[in-house]
Design a protein around this ligand. Structure first.
Ligand code: CUA
Length: 347
């Protein structure tokens, strides 16, 4: 008879998470049973009318109090110390993880592979034994990205990039749930994660992506799409290859420390960049006057914002000033933090 208590263990987190859960459940059962048995024993033995010795009742017993305080404290702290390591690791994706952008919206999951630009709806194809990092955001209300077999769950929150990661250990097809009640079709908001062997995945990627080698590029990278948007919206009219009095350069911006008019500082990470694009009035930098001249791009979709941020990331972190500052679309800046990436033009 097949009666699984737990879902299949299909990621590197699964065993550890399950062990912690087993121990917590075991401890809970043990203490519940112990307390209930003691309760029943005393209720029956000292019930009204029972002939028992009620003289000399105990009012204080330090031994007893220590016995029910210290061991549970040690057990609780032990479980905490044990679980804090895997808990923290869920929040720290390995540096070489493959990134996938996840956008939750009513009522579907939209996913895009950051390296190839391959897009998927309600499906995610990933290779086995490779760390996959998810950068998750919601386009409307709170959704929850949940794959039980991986023991991974993270909320998709409007206006904030959440991350998580996992490394699948078994080839297979796993259901992807939305675990936040997000309206009428919440129950239909699901999909499948396909974990493939390295060879199968390479084949799939080839079919779907620009790595096909054919002239027919099926997917463009997010950075390329971001560059197209950058041109389309004329961002280059103000954001040139070097800082000007009008606007800061985007070259080497990613991760750089930004100083606001009130003196507070923040690194230019994804969440900062998103805010700076859609609410520039709230990210006014020191040295650029008291009113922002940048219009708000709040009508951009989360997907467009992802592409723009990917473009900014692709402009890298520059140590020396770029060579050319011009709006000429053919001139090249000198950014290249990503070695494999071709040098990009700042339009
Ligand atoms: Cu999305 Cu529930």
């Amino acid at each position: 008879m097949n009666f699984p208590i737990w879902p299949e263990q299909a990621s590197t987190f699964a065993t550890e998470v399950d062990n912690i859960a087993y121990v917590l459940i075991g401890l809970t059962i043990f203490f519940t049973v112990a307390v209930m048995l003691a309760l029943m024993f005393f209720a029956i033995r000292y019930r009204r009318g029972a002939k028992v010795d009620r003289s000399n009742p105990v009012h204080t017993s330090h031994t007893l109090e220590l016995a029910w305080s210290v061991p549970p404290l040690i057990i609780a702290l032990g479980v905490f110390a044990w679980s804090v390591v895997p808990y923290a690791s869920v929040y720290n994706p390995p540096k070489d993880a493959d990134e996938v952008y996840v956008i939750g919206k009513r009522w579907m999951w939209h996913l895009q592979h950051a390296d190839t630009g391959i897009r998927e709806n309600n499906e995610l194809h990933i290779p086995i034994n490779r760390a996959t990092k998810l950068t998750i955001i919601s386009q409307d209300v709170i959704h929850g990205f949940y794959v039980p077999e991986f023991r991974v769950k993270r909320d998709a929150i409007p206006g904030y990039y959440n991350t998580c990661w996992f490394q699948p250990t078994k080839v297979g097809k796993y259901f992807l749930f939305c675990t936040e009640y997000c309206g009428t079709n919440h129950s239909q908001m699901g999909g499948w994660v396909y974990v493939m062997s390295a060879a199968d995945y390479a084949q799939w990627e080839k079919q779907k992506g620009r790595k096909s080698g054919s002239f027919e590029a099926k997917a463009t990278t997010p950075a390329d799409e971001g560059e197209a948007l950058f041109r389309q919206y004329g961002c280059g009219n103000c954001h040139t290859a070097t800082d000007t009095a009008r606007a800061p350069s985007l070259v080497g911006l990613y991760g750089k420390e930004r100083t606001f008019t009130d003196g507070s500082k923040v690194p230019a990470d994804r969440n900062y960049l998103r805010k700076a694009i859609i609410m520039p009035e709230n990210t006014l930098l020191k040295g650029y006057g008291t009113v922002t001249r940048m219009p708000s791009y709040k009508d951009l979709s989360e997907d467009d914002i992802n592409q723009l941020i990917a473009y900014i990331q692709s402009l890298g972190a520059v140590t020396s000033a770029p060579k050319v500052a011009t709006t000429d679309t053919t001139s090249a800046a000198t950014p290249s933090s990503r070695g494999a990436q071709p040098t990009r033009n700042l339009p």
